[in-house]
Design a protein around this ligand. Structure first.
Ligand SMILES: C[S@@+](CC[C@H](N)C(=O)[O-])C[C@H]1O[C@@H](n2cnc3c(N)ncnc32)[C@H](O)[C@@H]1O
Ligand SMILES: Nc1nc2[nH]cc(C(=O)O)c2c(=O)[nH]1
Ligand code: SF4
Ligand SMILES: [Mg+2]
Length: 210
C-alpha cells in the first residue's frame, strides 16, 4: 500500500505524558471527521481542529510507495542516534493509513511507535503508545490505551464518562481557538476539583516550534 503524508519532521512532542520527548512526527493526509476545507468546518463532525492535513505538500511530505520507503524517510528524519528513537503518527487521522506493514518496518528500524488518534478506529495492538482524543458526535471505538487526551470543553462529552476506561493517564487539553484563555481556566479548575485528570498544555505552541 502507498501512504499519503502531509508532513514529516523532527520536533519535541508538545502534549500529554510524553511532552518534551524528541520525536519524528509523521502527519498523514486526510481525516474521517473533517475534509480539512474551511468551507466544510461548520458542518463537520470535528469543528475545532488546529491542523492543516490536506494534501502532501508540507515539509517532508509526499506519497510514499510502500512501507519501506516511508520507514526509511522516518529514520532519515531522526536526528539522534540509535537509542530512544520515537515516532508519532498523527494527522489527520493516522489509523486510516497506519497498517501492519508500516508498523513492522518502523519497528525494524528501532523506533518506539506512538499514535495520536480520534478513537473512531481500532488501534493495532502492536503500537507502543496509544493516545486517544475522543470527539463529540463521533464513534468511540478505541476505548483503551496509554493516554486519554480530551480536548476541553466539548459540550456533551463530560470527562466523568471516560474515567472508568483502561488508560494510564487522563489529560484535559484546553481547546485552542478564540476561547483558549477561558478554556484553560476551566480546565485548570476541573483538574483541581478532579485530581484524576491532569492538564495538557500544547507546549510547542508556547515555545514556537512545530
Ligand atoms: C490534529 S489531531 C490529529 C490526530 C487525531 N485526528 C486526533 O484528533 O486525535 C492531534 C491532537 O490535537 C488535538 N487538537 C486538535 N485541535 C485542537 C485544538 N483546537 N485545541 C486543542 N487540541 C486540539 C486533537 O484532539 C489531538 O489530540
Ligand atoms: N510538537 C507537537 N506536538 C504534538 N503533539 C501532538 C500533535 C499533533 O498534531 O498530533 C503535535 C504537534 O503538531 N506538534
Ligand atoms: S479528528 Fe483530529 S485531525 Fe480530524 S479534524 Fe478532528 S482534531 Fe483534526
Ligand atoms: Mg498539532
Amino acid at each position: 500500500m502507498s501512504y499519503a503524508v502531509k508532513e514529516l519532521f523532527a520536533t519535541l512532542q508538545g502534549e500529554g505524558a510524553q511532552a518534551g520527548r524528541a520525536s519524528v512526527f509523521c502527519r498523514f493526509a486526510g481525516c474521517n471527521l473533517w475534509s480539512g476545507r474551511e468551507q466544510d468546518r461548520a458542518t463537520a463532525t470535528c469543528r475545532f481542529c488546529d491542523t492543516d492535513f490536506v494534501g502532501i505538500d508540507g515539509e517532508g511530505g509526499g506519497r510514499f510507495a510502500d512501507a519501506a520507503a516511508l520507514a526509511d524517510a522516518i529514520a532519515t528524519c531522526w536526528v539522534g542516534g540509535a537509542e530512544e528513537r520515537y515516532v508519532v503518527f498523527t494527522g489527520g487521522e493516522p489509523l486510516l493509513q497506519l497498517d501492519a506493514a508500516l508498523i513492522a518496518s518502523v519497528h525494524a528500524r528501532g523506533f518506539t511507535i506512538a499514535v495520536e488518534t480520534n478513537g473512531t478506529l481500532e488501534a493495532p495492538d502492536t503500537l507502543d503508545w496509544i493516545c486517544v482524543s475522543p470527539k463529540q458526535g463521533a464513534e468511540f471505538r478505541q476505548r483503551a490505551g496509554h493516554e486519554l487526551k480530551l480536548v476541553y470543553p466539548q459540550p456533551g462529552l463530560p470527562p466523568q464518562q471516560f474515567e472508568a476506561l483502561e488508560f494510564r493517564h487522563f489529560f484535559l487539553q484546553p481547546m485552542d481557538g478564540p476561547d483558549q484563555a477561558a478554556n484553560t481556566r476551566d480546565a485548570v479548575a476541573y483538574c483541581l476539583a478532579h485530581p484524576k485528570w491532569r492538564l495538557s498544555v500544547q507546549t510547542h505552541k508556547m515555545i514556537g516550534i512545530a
